[in-house]
Design a protein around this ligand. Sequence first.
Ligand code: SF4
Length: 246
Amino acid sequence: MGNAKPPATKRPPAPDARRPPPRTHGAAGAGVYSPAEIEAIFTRLSDADPEPKSELEYTDPFTLLVAVVLSAQATDAGVNKATRRLFALADTPETMVDLGEERVAELIRTIGLYRNKAKNVVALARQLIERHGGAVPHDRAALEALPGVGRKTASVVLNVAFGEPTIAVDTHIFRLGNRLGLAPGRTPEEVERGLLAIVPERFLQHAHHWLILHGRYTCVARGPKCGNCRIADLCKSPEKRLPAAA
Ligand code: SF4
């Protein structure tokens, strides 16, 4: 973990699946980029960071799962601060259950929604023991059946812990898919399907990380940093604003 990145900004809420996508992305749609342009976009992102890592701290699939569950509406830095305290006392399903909900809540009280998250973490640890022998299952349906685990969290665990070529659509990827016209969609699932259809296979393993980092630090929600963007010449977003040439 520990990549030298600029400080994380507070992660906004997950995109609301009931809301239409922002109008600013225009009617881009599939086919806006040729296969060669898509190849070029991911080659640039990949060249800049060939082996991107999660900025969350974890040591195994269980601690990764807990960290991702805790990360909703919190920064990675804030989650890491809380999990350093938590994992020092409990880093297995058994020790998490032994620690109990009240104590877990105390240890993670610095992050948003901590009471509910503490409840989910202990409940999911119990379910892992009862149904999976204490191991994190390498299976989407089993992961999504765990308390506090939705499609996005399951996708992150499948990608990071098990090397599956999944794309977990968070608020950054949802924005990029629509803003750039790479994979427009009204829901995270539509954007996910669109990206899975266009991202060349050799980039699929890390596409999710590259897009998150690009959205978190360059193509930010307000005032994208187009003058400092490594794919500016390829980008066809109506929101692209390049500084005037000197
Ligand atoms: S040029 Fe601007 S809008 Fe396009 S990807 Fe880069 S930062 Fe985002």
